[in-house]
Design a protein. Sequence first.
Length: 169
Amino acid sequence: MPANIEIKARVADFESLRKAADQLSDSGCQVISQEDTFFNCPGGRLKLRELSPQRGQLIYYQRQDIAGPKRSEYKIFETNDPAGLKLILETAFGIRGVVTKTRYLYLVGQSRIHLDDVVGLGKFMELEVVLKSGQTDAQGQAEAEKLMSTLGIGEIDLIDSAYMDMLEQ
């Protein structure tokens, strides 16, 4: 299963972080509106990300709920009928909840910096270091920590749970 090392943090100064990420980015910023519908799923998380009426991604992932860099394993299935897939998944599993956000995506080498404005929660940063074949978790963690330092993200800013978990609290 593909894997990455990821962190999630609260953001106090969103605009300053956007400027810093833009300076690091290999390709500039991509702004993406996302609606993630989470389904009841034992042993991991299952969500349907609707990017448009004709484009969606079914994403299954597993990761520990700990602050700081952590391994996340995932599988992604692309669909051109997210509404039809959502109906089937809702019928089979039931909907746990929905997370709506605007994502500012920056690509930096093997890493993805996500600056997220999440409806009902506020502003956050997710950092994903996509592990290359043969790359260790420790190497990915070192890259994540380097980017955290460059972006001014401190350990006090880190959070340990998914947006869906935070909305349920």
